[in-house]
Design a protein around this ligand. Structure first.
Ligand SMILES: [Zn+2]
Length: 227
């Protein structure tokens, strides 16, 4: 069975939605503490890396679930799935205050232009960017931790911090070498970068943009009251 890579975005979804709480620890023992663990494939097919097929399990439960030699009746995927869904629901119902939601809306309004640009231009991001957009990104990179829109709610703040981390990654794509200003654009000097490096940068940019898009969607859900 070939193991298919779980995308960063999907991995983040699993750890964020479960908050690293093991579905079996919670479901069987009401143990809501954070657990070191692993992502397990519910249907046993390691190539099936859809979010729906994945669950966070502590190391002990992961081993038991995986074990094929157990004499006792093993945990079934159906039962784990049911605990997992309850766990996700429990956390998704956690209340955001009116202030939390208002602040998330402000954040979305303020950063919509730069991130919509990023989502739209991701193909180009690895080698050119409007300099005013680049300034917005470096402002997030350099001053995010003192930003007044950084939430006091830990769940919101974690999502926002992950966006800021991906922004750091995007900015770093430009800074491994000097860039030239060409009119309104900041652009890598193409002749300094062999094709292979540009392809690699583009792939990396795409990864960061996908991550931001995923977190952005989660913030939109909070802003709409469905977080
Ligand atoms: Zn467990």
């Amino acid at each position: 069975m070939s193991r298919k890579h779980i995308t960063q975005t999907t991995q983040a979804d699993v750890v964020i939605k479960s908050k690293r709480r093991c579905a079996l620890c919670v479901g069987l023992n009401d143990d809501l503490s954070e657990k070191p663990g692993q992502i397990a494939h519910l249907n046993g097919d390691n190539s099936d890396s859809r979010f729906e097929n994945l669950v966070w399990l502590c190391l002990e439960h992961h081993d038991k679930f995986d074990s094929k030699t157990s004499q006792t009746k093993n945990y079934t995927s159906l039962e784990i799935r049911s605990y997992r869904d309850k766990l996700y629901q429990q956390y998704s119902n956690s209340n955001y205050t009116v202030d939390d939601v208002r602040q998330v809306r402000e954040y979305l309004t303020k950063y919509a232009p730069v991130f919509e640009y990023v989502f739209h231009e991701y193909e180009e991001l690895a080698f050119k960017i409007y300099d005013n957009m680049f300034e917005e990104l470096t402002a997030i990179r350099d001053f995010w931790h003192t930003n007044t829109l950084r939430s006091f709610n830990p769940a919101v703040r974690e999502i926002q911090d992950r966006i800021a981390n991906s922004v750091v990654g995007i900015c770093a794509l430009y800074e491994i070498d000097k860039y030239d200003g060409v009119g309104n654009w900041i652009r890598f000097a193409g002749d300094r970068f062999p094709q292979q490096i540009l392809v690699e940068k583009r792939r990396e940019a795409r990864m960061y943009v996908d991550e931001i898009a995923n977190y952005w969607k989660q913030l939109q859900q909070i802003a709409e009251g469905n977080g």
